[in-house]
Design a protein around this ligand. Structure first.
Ligand code: 13P
Length: 246
């Protein structure tokens, strides 16, 4: 069975209405690619982005959701609201959410379950800090995050996991190809559906390193931050992913 290849862009807190031209620029490249192409803009642009992608293969997703279906949670967004706005996926447990909002594994599990209940694919992020890697604890940390944050029914869904070493995010540093290969293998063997689960790498993925990273057997795609803000960089990464299946 072939696992899906997924190239996902995470715009983080970037993007005003004028950024929507991006979708028209990437759609023709995405149409030629065997990879699934997903872009997660800020929530304020989600519905407009979904409309811009209507009739194209490009999908849009959220960057976070609340675990409850609705309620008195000022400023939060439910999974059903993301779905209603046109999302197919939602990023959960990004290290910036863990750091800025104190999200713990149990919160991420609850959010993942809410996402699945609303018909969204959760993209669950894991990754160690530099000090954890320097202490040789990276596999232990990531294994703990997986054990704590995978949804209850993980065995009956095809999961998307994003391995994003915290020290590689926005720094221009990437984990070595050997380190990525061994971490992705370690993640895969801890998943209930290893053969069908999709494991992305994230952390300073750029046009000039995408082919090498995406060439690894256990790397099923990329979660791209900075380079997803620029249509020509992002399409170059989509093209690198297209070569994965050649
Ligand atoms: P950069 O690609 O900017 O390093 O960000 C990675 C990331 O955090 C994607 O979720």
């Amino acid at each position: 069975m072939t696992r899906q290849t997924l190239i996902a862009g995470n715009w983080k807190m970037h993007g005003l209405t004028e950024a929507l031209g991006f979708f028209g620029a990437i759609a023709p490249i995405a149409a030629k690619s065997p990879a699934t192409v997903l872009v997660c803009p800020p929530a304020t642009l989600l519905q407009q982005a979904a409309r811009a992608c209507d009739g194209t293969v490009v999908r849009v997703g959220g960057q976070d959701c609340h675990a409850a279906p609705s309620g008195a949670h000022t400023g939060d967004i439910s999974a059903a609201m993301l779905r209603d706005a046109g999302a197919t996926h939602v990023i959960l447990g990004h290290s910036e959410r863990r750091a800025d909002h104190g999200e713990r594994d149990a919160d991420i599990r609850a959010k993942a379950e809410a996402a699945l209940a609303a018909g969204l694919v959760p993209v669950i992020c894991v990754g160690e800090t530099l000090s954890e890697r320097e202490a040789g604890r990276e596999v232990e940390i990531v294994a703990g995050q997986l054990a704590g944050s995978l949804p209850e029914n993980a065995a009956s869904v095809d999961l998307v996991i994003a391995y994003e070493p915290v020290w590689a995010i926005g720094t221009g540093l990437t984990a070595s190809v050997a380190d990525v290969a061994s971490m992705h293998a370690a993640i895969r063997e801890r998943l209930p559906n290893p053969a069908t689960s999709c494991i992305l790498y994230g952390g300073s993925v750029k046009p000039d390193n995408a082919a090498e990273l995406l060439g690894l057997a256990d790397v099923d795609g990329a979660l791209v931050g900075g380079a997803s803000l620029n249509a020509s960089d992002f399409t170059a990464i989509i093209e690198a992913a297209s070569r994965k299946r050649e």
